[in-house]
Design a protein around this ligand. Structure first.
Ligand code: AHG
Ligand code: MN
Ligand code: MN
Ligand code: MN
Length: 323
């Protein structure tokens, strides 16, 4: 399997060559960002940029740099019509949209608060297609995604991709820079005993989330048959990668301190791509009330509650939201 490079994997598929070019450009962006992340201290790229993004978050230098690399490299793709980025308020149109053109949604650097403490960060992306000539609607629900994935800049750099069937994990080979298929057909283990949530927000949670977490903590002393473990890395990419590898459930719910915003995570370039990956890997993704990919977006930076991971745990949380 490790003989299969990303290029070979893509060229052996039946994908439109223009989509292959785009996926290769995304992978190249991630390769460049991985280097910038690793060399941050030498190149003076750690720390704050002094600017604020549309979400009101202080941007890191590397947030902006990663956004610029995606923009610079992916603009080479001849059929890429528009970019929707966490770091850019408006949609960036690269050409007059024609039916079949591609739309790229991305979080250039996820978990960027981890940069200065040298912990894992990532990039997240999704691709949709323009339906008709001149159609500038980028606000379509996640079922329209034809491709989604993420890069994880951890001890090794990984590129995890789906083009609508399997979820395939590629590892960047140090030295050659090749992405090689090391984790084919990734599946979320069905049984899990691990949850991930920012527990400091407990006092803000709604009753269904409190009930679920209380029950996990009580473990075999309560209604659950086994003890549960907890992890929180503050990078969604790292959490999702762990869940794809050994199971678990991830929550960033709406709470009484972010309810007006709808939650913390952004639908178009965080929740939707991860929901597609997790569903195709046999898991589930919901707000607690609605499957994430069924949400009709209202804006490019819309935030939503996110619950995703092993199917049985997500279903349990959904059932608690109904009572
Ligand atoms: P980003 O760095 O792209 O703005 O995303 C950060 C997100 C997500 O990756 C993570 O799960 C969450 O914010 C962490 O939130 P807390 O600061 O509440 O831990
Ligand atoms: Mn951010
Ligand atoms: Mn993010
Ligand atoms: Mn980000």
């Amino acid at each position: 399997m490790t003989d299969t490079t990303l290029r070979r994997y893509l060229t052996q598929s039946v994908l439109d060559p223009n989509l292959i070019f785009l996926i290769e450009d995304i992978a190249s962006s991630c390769r460049v960002i991985a280097n910038s992340v690793r060399n941050g201290a030498f190149e003076g790229n750690l720390g704050a940029a002094g600017a604020t993004n549309v979400q009101g978050e202080a941007q890191k230098t590397l947030d902006i740099l990663a956004n610029d690399e995606f923009e610079r490299i992916c603009s080479n793709s001849p059929r890429l019509a528009a970019l929707v980025s966490e770091e850019v308020e408006e949609v960036t149109w690269l050409k007059e949209p024609e039916a079949g053109d591609y739309l790229l949604y991305f979080d250039p650097l996820d978990g960027s608060s981890n940069l200065d403490v040298n912990l894992s960060v990532g990039s997240i992306f999704a691709v949709m297609q323009v339906e008709e000539d001149g159609d500038r609607n980028v606000l379509r629900n996640g079922r329209n995604q034809i491709c989604a994935g993420y890069a994880l800049y951890g001890p090794s750099t990984m590129f995890v991709l789906t083009v609508g069937d399997k979820v395939e994990g590629f590892t960047c080979q140090h030295g050659t820079g090749d992405f090689r298929l090391t984790h084919p057909d990734m599946m979320v283990p069905a049984e899990t005993s691990e949850f991930a949530i920012n527990a400091s927000r407990y006092k803000y949670w709604d009753e269904p989330v409190r009930r679920y977490i209380d029950e996990c903590i009580a473990g075999e002393d309560g209604v659950r048959a086994r003890p549960f473990n907890m992890r929180w890395t503050a990078s969604m990419v790292a959490e999702i990668h762990r869940i794809l590898t050994r199971g678990g459930v991830f929550l960033y719910p709406a709470d009484s301190n972010n309810r007006d915003a709808g939650g913390k995570l952004r639908l178009m370039y965080e929740a939707n791509p991860m929901a597609m990956i997790i569903e195709l890997a046999g898991g589930a993704a919901s707000t607690g009330l609605t499957p994430i990919m069924d949400i009709d977006p209202t804006g490019p930076h819309q935030r939503v509650p996110v619950i995703l991971g092993s199917r049985s745990e997500v279903e349990r949380l959904v059932s608690y939201h109904k009572t």
